[in-house]
Design a protein around this ligand. Structure first.
Ligand code: S3P
Length: 431
């Protein structure tokens, strides 16, 4: 096992009861910070999560000259129109964060800046042609390293394009919208599956001309700076998913998550939980930019589910935890169209198949499909987080229903999105 340095042990749980808020939404935070940095004035962003991914975005933006300062519970971002940014050259370390790298590449493509964007070992193996190719069609000067990071971007005058994003990717869509904001004319992004629309919502709130139709979003290039942003970021549903899933595993187990994002482009996971038989309620609250509310879950018997490619795309970050639930559901769960999961922070199909198989799950890994027979009794094992925050959290949740302790190697990866996750798990299980 390619063991990480940090190890956590998860004990079998007799009970699970969580009532809490989770860290702010990572996807919204990256976008709010990037857009705040180019606005014509000072933005105030509350609820920015503490994790390493968002810290990477903040560090890159500071390196590019943005002022981002703590102010009470929030961050003040001093915006400066991008045409006024220093030309560099800048060396930007995006660490583990694909969103940081892809969105920054889009933002810088039409700026005066010259920059090299690099990342850690995991990010360095992730595909970048999916942004480099359409950005080049807009006129960008962007070089990859054989399709991977490091990326070299030299800002150029851009022209709007019409581009279909395939496979579906909110990161690619947002990168093109950020470039489109600075391009001549109109940029339209087409998508077969509606991916998260945080970029569109923030851009609209800040005064950009964004037009949305089913399967398509267009943005007009504009000279005028964006209006500063005021936002309280809701909790990250993709982080809450691990606690909601934990509570779903056994009768009598519960979770209540307050102030969590309920953006409909992110809630496919909740629909899947309901389809698996979980008793779940959503209580929406008033909001201005991003929907939010309270989610309650009570565990019980789970049934298998079929997850087809469209729903995989809409619950892309929740598929690892769905595989855990499937091991405890009666029947055969088939999840198809999973190849995108192989190019996330790790090969998540392989990492989950290895971990859950070591724990006794009946699981078949195919190139583009995962088949799981349940319910299967799980046993504790030594498992590897594969340097991936979501794999670490998913395998930890599996450990709650194992018959003996589970050891997670590389457990500190949870710091990427949910620092303190293991403490939350211990408290919820009375540990
Ligand atoms: C993200 C989009 C998703 C997701 C990632 C965050 C975003 O990636 O997996 O964790 O903030 O846009 P893709 O859009 O590339 O699938």
């Amino acid at each position: 096992m390619a063991a990480g340095l940090s190890v956590e042990q998860v004990q079998p749980a007799r009970t699970f009861r969580a009532a809490l808020r989770v860290p702010g939404d990572k996807s919204i935070a990256h976008r709010a910070l990037l857009l705040g940095s180019i606005a014509g004035g000072r933005s105030r962003i509350e609820g920015v999560p503490q994790g390493e991914d968002v810290a990477a975005t903040i560090a890159c933006l500071r390196r590019l000259g943005a002022t981002i300062e703590a102010d009470g519970g929030g961050l003040l971002v001093g915006g400066r129109p991008i045409a006024e940014w220093d030309s560099g050259p800048a060396s930007l370390d995006c660490r583990n964060s694909g969103t940081t790298m892809r969105l920054l590449a889009g933002l810088l493509a039409g700026s005066p800046v010259r920059a090299t964007l690099s990342g850690d070992g995991s990010l360095s193996s992730r595909p970048m042609d999916r942004i480099a190719s359409p950005l080049r069609l807009m006129g960008a000067a962007i070089e990859t390293t054989e399709g991977h990071p490091p990326l070299r971007v030299e800002g150029r005058r851009l022209e709007g394009i019409r581009h279909r994003v395939s496979p579906p990717s909110a990161q690619v869509k947002s990168a093109l919208l950020l470039a489109g904001l600075q391009a001549e004319g109109r940029t339209c992004v087409l998508e077969g599956v509606p991916t998260r629309d945080h970029g569109e919502r923030l851009l609209t709130a800040m005064g950009a001309t964004v037009r949305r139709a089913p399967g398509e979003v267009c943005i007009e290039g504009q000279q005028a700076p964006l209006r500063p942003l005021e936002i309280a970021i809701p909790g990250d549903l993709s982080s809450a998913a691990f606690l909601l899933a934990a509570a779903s595993l056994r009768g009598g187990w519960t979770a209540l998550i307050e102030g969590v994002g309920l953006n409909p482009t992110r809630t496919a996971f909740l629909d899947l939980l309901e389809e698996m038989g979980v008793s779940l309620s959503r209580q929406p609250e008033a909001f201005e930019i991003e929907p939010r509310g309270v989610i309650r879950v009570a565990g019980g018997a789970l049934r298998a589910v079929r997850v087809e490619p469209e729903r995989v795309a809409r619950a892309i970050d929740e598929i690892p935890i769905i595989t855990v639930l499937a091991t405890q559901a009666s029947g055969r769960t088939v999840i198809s169209g999973v190849s995108e999961l192989r190019v996330k922070e790790s090969d998540r199909v392989r990492a989950m198949a290895r971990g859950l198989s070591a724990m006794g799950a009946t699981l078949e890994e195919q190139e583009d499909r995962i088949v799981i027979e349940g319910p299967a009794p799980l046993r504790g094992a030594a498992v590897d987080a594969a340097q991936d925050h979501r794999v670490a959290m998913a395998l930890a949740v599996a450990g709650l229903v194992a018959s003996s302790p589970t050891t997670i190697h590389g457990a500190d990866r949870v710091d990427v999105s949910y620092p303190g996750f293991f403490d939350v798990l211990r408290r919820a299980t009375g540990g």
